[in-house]
Structures are given as C-alpha cells and as structure tokens.
Design a protein around this ligand. Structure first.
Ligand code: 5AD
Ligand code: SF4
Length: 461
C-alpha cells in the first residue's frame, strides 16, 4: 500500500498554493493523499506567522499530532513523520524543535521542493530531525514537479514571492525573504497547463504581487499590467485576478489593464492599513491617505464598477483616537465591499514591536469592533444592491442542494442557482433574486432576443 501524506494549511492563499506544490512533490515520490492525519506516514503543517494568534495555533495542532504519532506507533508499529513548513518554520527554526521535540522536519517556504529528500534523509539516517530554512540560490520552481492534480475551475498561480517594502509591523520580508519574480514564460506555461486541465479563472498570487517584475521573453523586465495582457491571450481563460497589492506599486500600466482587459475582474484587494498619515508614516507604507484616495479615483475612472477590498490594522503603536477616526473617515469615503481587519499584533524582530507606546488591548478590541461594524454595514449594502441585477457567474461546481450549482460573481460573491451539471466551468448570466448574509441566490437569466443569445453563447467559451 502506498504511504500517505496529510497537509494542513494555515494562513494566506500563498500557503494554499505552496501546500498544493508540496503535495505534488510528495505524490511524485510515491505518496498518496489522505483526508485525515490519523495514520498518515507524513503530516505537514504549512504555517503562518503573520500574527501571534496564527503562530500559536501551530503549537496546539502539534500537541494533537504528538498523540496521533504515539497512537500510530502503538497500533501498527509505524512511524508518523511530522513536518513544520512555512513561515513559522522560517521564523522560529530550532525553537520549534525545542518546544516540540517530536517534530521531524522543519522547512521554510523557499525549500519545500526539498521535502521528499528531507523525508528520505530522516527515515534513512535516523539521526534526528532535519532543518532546512535556507534562502537557497536555486529557484524552487525549477526543482518542483509540474502540477499533478488539477486545481479546478478557479486556480491560484504564484508569480512573485517575498517583499522589499518592510512595513514596520510585518514579518513577511523576514519569513519570505527578498522580492523575487518568476519569469514570464514559466508563468504563461503554468497558466496554459491550468487552463488545459479545466481552470477558467486564475488568481495571480504574491505577497506583494503588483511589485512583480519578471523577466520577459524579450529579455526585459515585465510589470504586472503587461503580464496580465499576455495571459488574457490564452484561449479559454475567462477570468483573471491578482492579490495582494501595495498601493505604491500600482503603476499606470496596471491601472490601464483594468481599463483594457475584460478578463481582469472588477474587484481589487488594495490594503490601506490605516487612514491616518501619521500612522501610515510610522508603518513605513510610503503613501498618504490622499495618495491612496487619488489612486482609487484613478481606478474608478478607468473601471467605474470596480469594487474594493482592503486590510486594516487597528491599535498600531501610538494610534490615537484621532488617527482611528481618520481610518473610519477613509472607510466611509471609499466604501469597501469586503475587508479584513486586525488588531495590531507585535511580531518579534519587526521595528514596530520595539515601540513604547503600545495601545492597550481593550482599546484595540473596541476599535476593531467599531471598524468591523462599519465595514459590515458597507458590505451588506453592497450585497443588497445586487438584488434584481444580472451578474456574470463563473460556475465552479455543484451546490449542497439537489440540482443546485454554485459559482462566483465578478465580486467574489458565492452565487447559488439551479442548473445542469454540464455548465460547470462556464460563465452564465444569473439574475439575483435573494441576498443572504454571505452569498446570493438567483436563476439563469433567459436571453430575451437573438443578440442576447449570441452574446451568451460567446460568453460560454
Ligand atoms: N498585526 C496585525 N495585523 C497584521 N498584518 C500584518 N502584520 C500584522 C501585525 N503585526 C495584517 C495586514 C496585512 C495582512 C495580511 O495582515 O493588514 O495586510
Ligand atoms: Fe508585509 Fe505587505 Fe508590507 Fe510587504 S507590503 S511588508 S508583505 S504588509
């Protein structure tokens, strides 16, 4: 029987992508995937270090795995290897082995292509745990097998990793290292393979994705706008998205791609973190609230239906009531359709963690609640506006109810409606007739005249 692996992913979409690639590399070494950790021969935790809570989750999970590891030994005399991968591994390295000595492998995000070799080494040498948290000179993408499992209708593709921005609260520049972009040809080839395997939407991923500057086929560096235009040429690729962006890296070429490329969805995650210039400066964001507002204006000029999402941190060291009020003002003025908001969490090694004017926990909690209420009101209002509209929906699969399909609107709402299974993977026009708190319901809109039939058919790729 084939040996089995189980991977649990914490954190962002980059980690989801990385886990899929680790799965590919284990599969090419003969491992089969398992839906549960019990009895697996190797369990990988792909971890996140962005906030303290995320990092602590890893240790509680490790506690549970310790038990399973012991049970496996007792029941079938087998060995369960435990690997900690990702950003906690990168940041804490040896410390993980000190806190959880039953861990066998610690590997960082830049070395996960070496996972099968590390597994082999640990099993062969029996000389204790293996740690690999280098930032190697070789590119891991050159050493990974091609994707083995199709990702489905909507797929992720990492085009850029790491970050050179050094926001003062953020661990990413330390855990993921310096900004690195993949070459354009490798990205286009991967996108073509995804489309050939059935994907119709690709979300381009990077910690600071719009800082992308990959080597083009012409020997020059290409920006994200140019890459998007190139990818839009791929037949059968209906939708493109990218995340996560920094406002300072939003160049004209990319703004213009929002105007010119119909496949580029009118939804943009553009983190601002704070609406106060004083706090933005202390965060080293290198833009003001005014500059952010102007950028949003430019985006709305070229793509009036663009919907915005953002990240916010409340209670950054030194944040006063006035600073917080500026954030609320900015939210009110911009109008977000969705957002992630967090209490500031001091991260070891980051400049902000050394500050002396930390905001009391209670105040951070209250501010978060106030901000989230406002964001919820905006999100609900946006969702209600969809009532009666006809949205183009990329059908991703079957819903929970009999005969039901589920897809996503351009703005990422899950949309449920009745329809035949063979339409999965196609785009359909859905008239929205019910708005729920986190999803929409509707029905396939009947084309009303011959032109509509023609457009609908062309939308069906
Ligand atoms: N504390 C709270 N939130 C943080 N983020 C990043 N670092 C921290 C931190 N130290 C948030 C930012 C970022 C998102 C991915 O996580 O809002 O955009
Ligand atoms: Fe972290 Fe994003 Fe700032 Fe880079 S741009 S340091 S990833 S918050």
């Amino acid at each position: 029987m084939a040996k089995k692996y189980f991977i649990k992913t914490f954190g962002c979409q980059m980690n989801v992508y990385d886990s899929a690639r680790m799965a590919d590399s284990l599969a090419s070494s003969g491992y089969a995937s398992s839906d549960v950790p019990n009895n697996a021969d190797i369990v990988v935790l792909n971890t996140c270090h962005i906030r303290e809570k995320a990092a602590e989750k890893v240790y509680s999970e490790l506690g549970r795995l310790r038990q399973l590891k012991a049970e496996k030994r007792e029941t079938d005399g087998g060995r369960m290897l435990i690997a900690v991968a990702g950003c906690v591994a990168q940041a804490e390295g040896e410390e993980i082995l000190a806190r959880a000595p039953y861990v066998d492998i610690v590997l960082g995000p830049q070395t996960y292509h070496r996972l099968p070799a590390l597994v082999e080494q640990v099993l062969r040498d029996d000389s204790g745990p293996a740690i690999d948290i280098d930032f190697p000179a070789e590119d891991k993408f050159d050493h990974l097998p091609e994707e083995s499992a199709p990702q489905g209708v909507s797929a992720f593709l990492t085009i850029q990793e790491g970050c050179d921005r050094f926001c003062t609260f953020c661990v990413v520049p330390y855990t993921r290292g310096a900004e690195q972009s993949r070459p354009v040809e490798a990205i286009v080839a991967e996108a073509r393979r995804l489309v050939a395997s059935g994907s119709r939407e690709i979300t381009l991923l990077g910690q600071n994705v719009n800082a992308f500057h990959g080597l083009g086929p012409d020997g020059r560096d290409w920006g994200l706008g140019r890459l998007i235009r190139q990818l839009a040429e791929i037949d059968g690729l209906c939708r493109l998205r990218y995340t996560t962006s920094h406002p300072r890296d939003m160049d004209d070429e990319l703004v213009e791609a929002h105007r010119d490329v119909p496949q580029l969805m009118p939804f943009l995650h553009l983190p601002v973190q704070s609406g106060s210039d004083r706090i933005l400066a202390a965060m080293n964001r290198r833009h003001t609230a005014y500059e952010y507002r102007s950028l949003v204006d430019r985006l709305r000029q070229v793509r009036p239906d663009i919907a915005l999402s953002s990240d916010f941190i409340v209670g950054f060291p030194g944040e006063t009531n006035e600073d917080f009020a500026a954030t609320l003002r900015l939210v009110n003025d911009i109008g977000y359709v969705q957002a992630y908001s967090f209490k500031y969490s001091a991260r070891p090694g980051t400049p902000a963690s050394a500050a002396e004017d930390h905001v009391p926990e209670e105040m951070r909690r209250d501010r978060l609640e106030t901000l989230q209420q406002l964001l919820r009101v905006q999100q609900d209002a946006f969702n209600r506006e969809q009532m009666g509209k006809t949205l183009s929906v990329l059908i991703e699969g079957e819903g929970r109810e009999e005969g039901q399909l589920v897809g996503r609107s351009p703005f990422l709402h899950p949309v449920h409606f009745s329809g035949p299974k063979h339409r999965i993977g196609y785009v359909a026009d859905i008239r929205i007739d019910e708005v729920l708190s986190n999803s929409l319901r509707g029905a396939i809109a009947e084309p009303t005249d011959a032109t509509a039939v023609a457009t609908q058919q062309s939308a069906l790729v």
